[in-house]
Design a protein around this ligand. Structure first.
Ligand SMILES: [Zn+2]
Length: 487
């Protein structure tokens, strides 16, 4: 595929090189073939920069609050709602379409279904959705085989449930043992769907949700097949407390002992990582996906980004389906992350160039493990977002402003005019080019409404949520364990 793009301004390496003016880019075979000047003033008021990377997400069609999952402490939030599988292709397309409109050119999709027999069918749907919309997707195949409601013995929840729910819960508590079948089918999913734009990864949901044997099998398979792994780790204080008790040698040490720590691993959240853990993860070449708003909304805290930087631990940024205003606005979330982690000193604690390296280069490591994304230059991937720069600075009375300051202060999804992925224009004039998002949302919501939880089911979810809260309030996974809540 060949093409060209002319823009008034280009940030070829945000925060590292000044903006170029009157730029003409040409593309060939998904790469940038040339970067030159237009030879005449280009007054379209637009600015181009590398497309954003969503390093951790779940591709929700219906967002959690709409299902009864109001913001809450993580474990209570998880227990407060459930989602029906509606149409994997339609749901993923709706989610990817919204991301494209926010300027996201690549996303890690932690798939939510845990039905072993359905994974290949669902992966096919998600792969079709990715192709329909046109963004890059790293599909993380989920594995969860223990501790669905609370960490440790599930029966600990029973005393907090009313008798009728207790019987149901008791019947549902069944440890099927390690779900190795879910691990073993990942290669088949990859063989069927993997491409330049669709990567397949192992997706153990988290160490508290997976048997040790499962994690060991994944570590082996990742090494044998050179395939990435994407896993939640140390998101909440209660996870920290439970994992500390369950793994006396330290959970990160355990993961290292089984061979899971490698440059192929992404860890989502990492809010409660200690200094020593950050140092070890950095040494092993692991990348962390920071989910700023999700961490705030689920009362998980603020990821220790200063600590990550101090130890040279790579990190990208994800939305986790829980952006600050529940709207998947990547630029607004990036602004929030920057402000939270930029310190109180006279100099930037998180310089804009470093922020964009995280958003682009290190975020992209979570997609395919490469280390060269985030520059607009000959030979680089032709993945660009084009913003309405004039619209962001229309009241400026100066003309020597720093373009990145303007984007970081004011940029939002509504300024996204165009998105190119592998040279293909996925968004043009603020609308998707190959996909009817409004129509898909209508169709999807119609089906979702038909499958919505009944009032009785909702009430049962709420009772389950309250039981989880009472369980932890009762001292389980002690809240007094060491925790980190500041940057
Ligand atoms: Zn997540």
């Amino acid at each position: 595929m060949t093409g060209t793009l002319e823009v008034e301004r280009l940030l070829p390496a945000p925060g590292h090189l000044p903006a170029a003016r009157n730029v003409r880019l040409s593309f060939s075979g998904g790469r940038i073939a040339g970067v030159g000047e237009t030879g005449r003033p280009c007054r379209d008021g637009r600015i181009a920069l590398p497309a954003m990377v969503n390093a951790h997400d779940h591709g929700y069609g219906v967002r959690p609050p709409a299902l009864g999952g109001a913001d809450d402490a993580l474990e209570c939030w998880i227990a407060s709602f459930s989602r029906a599988t509606i149409d994997p292709r339609l749901e993923a397309a709706v989610a990817f379409g919204r991301m494209a409109l926010a300027g996201i050119g690549a996303t890690v999709h932690c798939h939510n279904s845990l039905v072993a027999d359905n994974l290949e069918f669902e992966a096919a749907g998600v792969a079709r959705a990715a192709a329909d919309v046109g963004i890059r997707v790293a599909f993380s195949c989920p594995v969860r085989d223990r501790n669905p409601w609370v960490y440790g013995d599930q029966r600990a929840l029973l005393p907090y449930l009313p008798p009728a729910d207790r019987a149901d819960m008791e019947a549902a508590i069944a440890d099927g043992g390690p779900a190795l079948r879910l691990v073993d089918q990942v290669e088949a999913v990859a063989a069927a769907h993997e491409s330049e734009l669709f990567q397949v990864q192992y997706g153990p949901i988290g160490p508290q949700w997976c048997h040790d044997t499962t994690l060991e099998r994944i570590a082996e398979a990742s090494a044998a097949n050179d395939r990435r792994v994407h896993m939640h780790l140390l998101e909440s204080r209660r996870q920290r407390a439970w994992l500390d008790a369950a793994y006396p040698q330290g959970i990160v040490r355990f993961l290292d002992d089984i061979g899971l720590l490698s440059p192929r691993l992404t860890l989502a959240h990492g809010v409660h990582l200690t200094d020593a853990e950050c140092a070890l993860l950095a040494e092993r070449g692991v990348t962390v996906a920071v989910n700023t708003s999700s961490n705030l909304r689920m009362r998980s805290g603020v990821a220790p980004v200063a600590r990550f930087m101090q130890h040279g631990l790579r990190f990208g940024f994800g939305l986790d389906g829980c952006a600050h205003d529940d709207d998947q606005d990547y630029f607004r979330d990036l602004r929030l992350a920057w402000r939270l982690h930029n310190g109180t000193g006279l100099e930037h604690a998180l310089p804009p160039g470093r922020l964009f390296d995280a958003a682009c280069r290190d975020g992209f490591r979570c997609i395919d493990g490469s280390n060269d994304y985030g520059r607009v230059a000959r030979g680089a991937r032709a993945d660009l977002v084009v913003l309405d720069y004039a619209g962001m600075r229309d009241d400026y009375l100066i003309s020597d402003e720093d373009e990145l300051d303007v984007i970081l202060t004011r940029g939002t999804s509504r300024h996204v005019r165009s998105l190119l992925v592998a040279g293909r224009e996925v968004v043009s004039d603020g609308a998707l080019t190959g996909f009817d998002l409004a129509g898909a949302e209508r169709e999807f919501m119609e089906r979702a409404r038909q499958m919505a939880a009944s009032d009785a089911e909702l009430a049962r979810h709420r009772r389950r949520r309250d039981a989880v809260r009472a369980h932890y309030a009762g001292g389980a996974a002690s809240e007094t364990a060491s925790s980190n809540t500041g940057p």
